[in-house]
Design a protein around this ligand. Sequence first.
Ligand code: AHR
Length: 851
Amino acid sequence: MKQFSKAALLCILVMGLVLQSFGIAPKDKSPKKVYLFAYSTEKDKGHNGLHFAWSNDKVNWFAIGPEHSFLKSDYGRWGSEKRMLQPFMFKDDTGLYHCLWSVNETDNVLAHAASTDLVIWNRQTYVPVMKNMIQDTNQTANVSDIEVTGKGTYTINWLSMDAGGTVFTTTTNDFKNYAPTQVGLVDDRKDLRKEITLMGETFEGTITEVEYSVVENLIITTQAAKYKNEHNRTSPESDAKLFAELKPLQAQIVIDAKQSKKISNLLTGVFFEDINYAADGGLYAELLQNRDFEYTPGDKENRDKNWNHTTAWSGTFMLDSLNGIHANNAHYAVLKNSTLINEGFDGIAVKAGEKYDFSVFARGAAVKVQLRDAVGTVLAETSIKPGQSWKKYSAVLSPKRTVTNARLEISTTGETAVDMVSLFPQKTYKGHKNGLRADLAESVANLHPRFLRFPGGCVAHGDGIENIYRWKNTIGPLESRKGMRNLWGYHQSMGLGYYEYFQFCEDMDAEPVPVLAAGVPCQNSGTGGAGQQFGIPMEHMDEYVQDVLDLIEYANGTTNTTWGKKRAEAGHPKPFNLKYIGIGNEDLITDVFEERYTMIVNAVRKKYPEITVIGTVGPFFEGADYREGWAIADKLNIPMVDEHYYEQPGWFINNQNFYDSYDRSKSKVYLGEYASWGSTMYNALAEALYLTGLERNGDVVSMASYAPLLAREKHTQWNPDLIYFNGSEVKPTVNYYIQQLYGSNPGDAYLQSFVKLSDNNEANKRFGVSAVTDAATGDLIIKLANVLPVSITPAVELQNIAPKGTATYTVFTEKPDSKTGKPVVSTLPAKEALTKELPPYSFTVIRFKAK
Ligand code: AHR
């Protein structure tokens, strides 16, 4: 509360300064009406969106920003797409501003968004207006130089981007539905786009007359954004300057057990996505790569000539697909008096004396199977005598030595066909067949996650409709599972499928939280359409909705149900007790999305009212998707929504009150993906501090998961991640230990604490305190995050609660730029624990039985 009012004051002060220093005239001297020029630039390949400049006289123009993006295009992929070319902005009779633009040089798309204040823009539409005119998909007549005229019914004309520049025309009332496009007349062009000179350059755009207050608001918006960015750009170096004069501090902390509230007992969990080789080559314990010869060049969008059905294999063999072992697994290798070698994932890591299950589908002549080290020494061997038709054969290999880079060789002196060649450690997590790599799974389990979200992330909704993750493709016999391209640029075998995910949740006593696509692919899609403008066709949506319902039956249905029976056949007759299901993943909120999402949500609610549906509110903590996602959640009364944000550590420090103002009567929040950009102690502490705020708001934030979880070294598409690994080592980050300290010290009631620091300036924001009680153990747990370069000596006064016995005292402190280190645990008399100095840059957990 105290922090909030300070922040508000600071904000007012800053705004005042901003107005003065940026030449906004006092009200009585300011012009009433001015001209506003709307344009985009080619900087950053057209990614910077809509800009404004203003003028009194249409001669002298003043940039607002100048490169501030008031509206960014959401069309297509991040990186290459999301461009705004030649925007056309105008104000309609109701005062609503409309902006239309072209998205690129290839698609026939007219983009539109509207706004009442030019700062907050509603959802965007992208209509391929040329579709009725262009039969030949290679032919392009793209949208350029748009002009809009009319009222209520608008006529839009544009030029094609080809050399001739044909005029095309259409009409619309709502910028969603357009009349069939016609070839227009050159005379229809009114030259509504204007050229101005701004900062010595010429720009083309549109001019609208507006109240000067509109311009004022735009200027304030840009300056507030700049201020926030600078304010969030903290680092250990900037701290050293900011706190150069700061002396060690004292903190009076009063914790009152009478002022408590119930909080979620599922607060921290894990987000698992098959990114960075987290599944194949990661958590899934299979040691061979491309065991089924189903990698395809398309997995890497044909960009890697070495990526195909033979990747990870060498030796002399032929590839065939005639009469394979399963329609979903057509390809196999044929050896003729030759040797076939699999290199695993950067070599195969095996341990001396441990047992490894080798299996293969084979037909033909006998084969010798050997594990060899890098110089060719045999570590273990066996042989197999297949028959003339496909059959699975198994053997156990036990290597003589520990190596990290073994390879598996299969040789024959005759002709043998092989497929689904597998080498699996017998020591998997909890000993399951087709199970998880023990050390990695243990490191996840040691976080004490209260839930596990899977299978993503973007992987859940895929790159294009065809790439949407379909859970039914991931269950059943391994040879029948349908692997596919992983949108992170590799292949997912689906060996780690829905059954294995549910089993992992059960093993860790974590709630399963599967996330399914909302009938639309990832907003970053570039395949089969751009982003989420193209959802599953409505005529196939019933089938898709049924898939979602079937998943719930698979998890919870009795063994008499179709899908419950399949679960039982896989080895788990008891239900998995699924309680949550996520629909959508940080989707672009479009009409296409909303229609499909509503259908799925309503169907789940109707058939399974006991299931908590988790909706989606975009990839950021603000913006159109966040606002519109929340508006849909309100409209549909969605019980919980999934928020995502990846930000600078300073953002987490400056926004620890983010949820204090959330309306408790609305949807609960699952903070499904968050991380500060980096793996240093500074990042970890910013997260620890933020988590004190999440605990305080545990009545509205039900769950939170750091993302992503796992990353295999040399195969990482996203940084930072919580746990890095290679074939034989697991390397938790310092951020991991913060998650672990929260995971192993959860509470179900939050006790109000009052904190008074001996310095009442900026330092206040760097000290977070959270006190919770845990009904199951009767413990009081106090967490103290000190993100300052000085120590803090606390004096904790407990009201209406008292320690019983000694305290477990855990302190985690490192230099802020350190990437290594671990918390240190000791036992202390409770009184000492409550007054012990907290080191600079530290996170401390004090835990004791309470009476
Ligand atoms: O966590 C990595 C990615 O970040 C997820 O796949 C996606 O949901 C988000 O953009």
